[in-house]
Design a protein. Structure first.
Length: 155
């Protein structure tokens, strides 16, 4: 467990190696862009794409990097609208605390949310296909895919 009262400087890879070895290993396994952004969030900074001017740090392709942290590493963070559709990302104190002290629960929670969003997105695509091609097409497509699944299981 990380005691935030003991942290009097920036959180770095070197400090994590001593104080939070599991977190250190997780960060080492990440690509460098993901690691840099996560370390910034863990230090209480916010992020946005380059040229926006409303976050502590600006990162090239920030939306893609933050999205990958959520969908690949199941990191929980907050998105806050700043101007119109412009958003900045950061981790709240509670999210940082959970990241260090209840990582498995945080990972399960974010993973569940990510899969729910993916299901919703796929359902919208299915509904669009059914509207465009009809229910008969959908039924025949399900039968075809079910036969392919059975064939692949027989191998």
């Amino acid at each position: 467990m990380i005691n935030f009262n003991d942290i009097h400087s920036l959180i770095t890879l070197e400090s994590l190696e001593i104080k939070a070895p599991d977190t250190f290993k997780e960060l080492l396994s990440m690509e460098i862009e993901h690691r840099k952004l996560l370390l910034a969030w863990l230090n209480g900074m916010s992020s946005s794409p380059i040229g926006r001017g409303y976050a502590d740090i600006e990162i090239d392709k920030e939306d893609a990097v933050s999205s990958a942290l959520k969908t690949s590493y199941f990191i929980e963070f907050t998105s806050e609208r700043v101007r119109g559709k412009h958003v900045r990302h950061f981790m709240t104190y509670q999210q940082i605390f959970d990241f260090f002290n209840d990582r498995e629960n945080q990972r399960r929670k974010v993973q569940s949310n990510v899969y729910a969003l993916r299901r919703t997105s796929k359902d919208k695509a299915y509904i669009k296909d059914i509207k465009e091609r009809g229910e008969g097409w959908a039924i025949s497509r399900v039968k075809l895919l079910s036969e392919k699944l059975k064939a692949s299981n027989d191998d």
